[in-house]
Design a protein around this ligand. Structure first.
Ligand SMILES: [Fe+2]
Ligand SMILES: [Fe+2]
Length: 235
């Protein structure tokens, strides 16, 4: 990247991803997991603003920042496509989990979350629209694997057992945790890019994912795990 070859004496400052203005954008290029912004990893993201370095350096950094933002924007859209695929996959998978579940409570939980998940798909479509992009799904290998594991649980456990419910809860929670991680990161990136309206939208979904996860924990702890513990293996 041009203009960043000036020797850096110091690499200073943790970034502040929630500040929306272009002047304060500090994405960490090449990092998909650095939302806590613990500090700059490369010379590209160092800044002279706190160290009194010459304005020439600041100008060149400013232009490099613009192109970094554009790359971050690309990554952001790409990740939205990933979770869009994942949510659509869950709209199909959750009813299968519900059908396979033994307890009414778990069936109800999967049923309610299917409805919520349909809303998540719609929110993502709204987010694409806000960003002026076409809603597009890109296969999410992780969610593909997680849903396949859910199918394996159904095949490997007996119908009408709490053991099956425990397996289904695990499969469901794996999906929720993937979503929670994804939305958490997406919200931080959206804020960094100044897409605060999109961040607010995704925050609503994140809250629902967390509640769904908590409900599954509660079902496991209050009944399913204990009942499953009393089920004997059949010969
Ligand atoms: Fe979701
Ligand atoms: Fe979910």
């Amino acid at each position: 990247m041009p203009g960043i070859t000036a020797p850096k004496k110091k690499t200073v400052r943790a970034t502040t991803p929630s500040r929306p203005t272009s002047a304060s954008r500090k994405p960490a290029p090449g990092s998909r997991t650095s939302q806590s912004s613990s500090g700059s990893r490369t010379g590209q993201s160092s800044s002279g603003s706190r160290t009194g370095q010459p304005s020439r350096t600041r100008q060149s950094l400013s232009s490099s920042r613009a192109s970094e933002s554009s790359k971050l924007e690309e990554l952001f859209i790409d990740e939205l496509k990933d979770i869009y695929w994942a949510e659509k996959q869950l709209v199909k998978t959750l009813p299968r989990l519900k059908k396979a579940a033994t307890s009414d409570e778990l069936r109800q939980a999967f049923d309610n979350h299917t409805t919520e998940t349909q809303g998540h798909v719609q929110r993502l479509e709204q987010a694409f629209e806000m960003l002026g992009k076409k809603a597009q799904a890109k296969k999410c290998d992780a969610m593909q694997g997680i849903t396949e594991e859910g199918q394996e649980v159904i095949e490997d456990t007996d119908k009408g057992t709490s053991t099956r419910d425990v397996g289904l809860i695990m499969a469901g929670q794996k999906a929720e945790h993937y979503e929670i991680a994804t939305y958490g990161s997406l919200i931080q990136i959206a804020k960094t890019l100044g897409h605060n309206n999109v961040a607010r939208l995704l925050q609503q979904t994140l809250e629902e994912e967390k509640k769904a996860d908590q409900l599954l924990t509660q079902i496991a702890e209050s009944t399913s795990n204990r009942q499953a513990a009393g089920e004997k293996e059949e010969e």
